[in-house]
Design a protein around this ligand. Sequence first.
Ligand SMILES: Nc1ncnc2c1ncn2[C@@H]1O[C@H](COP(=O)(O)OP(=O)(O)OP(=O)(O)O)[C@@H](O)[C@H]1O
Ligand SMILES: [Mg+2]
Length: 115
Amino acid sequence: MKKIEAIIRSEKLDAVKDALASQGLLGMTITNVSGRGRQKGIALQWRAGEYRVDFLPKVKIELVLHEDECQPAVEAICRVARTGREGDGMIFVLPVENAFRVRTSDSGEPCLTGK
Ligand SMILES: Nc1ncnc2c1ncn2[C@@H]1O[C@H](COP(=O)(O)OP(=O)(O)OP(=O)(O)O)[C@@H](O)[C@H]1O
Ligand SMILES: [Mg+2]
């Protein structure tokens, strides 16, 4: 099992969610986060001059999935979340040791697909 942590533009959430659902990927966790990448936020002009906004609001999507679903999901997120401008986001892929469904005590990969 793998975990995808995708940090994307908030306005892209609906499109990404739909793209993942069309691959049968339904379970996920969404968090509003603030972050910065290599540009360290953005510079804004205001009366007194320039100031920097260090952390910008983003959305983080976390989903745990089968290893062979991972690459198609990453590709779908990239395709749908990309504007081509700085700040489109980052995707991290992590190994997952185990998963447990609380209701049934299923564990492992059946947690991801079982009923
Ligand atoms: N190395 C990192 N570790 C953890 N989170 C990161 C890292 N880099 C970026 N992020 C997260 O991703 C968000 C978007 O980053 P962003 O797209 O600006 O990355 P970037 O590397 O600056 O790429 P770009 O040059 O396209 O802007 C950040 O707000 C932050 O939440
Ligand atoms: Mg950036």
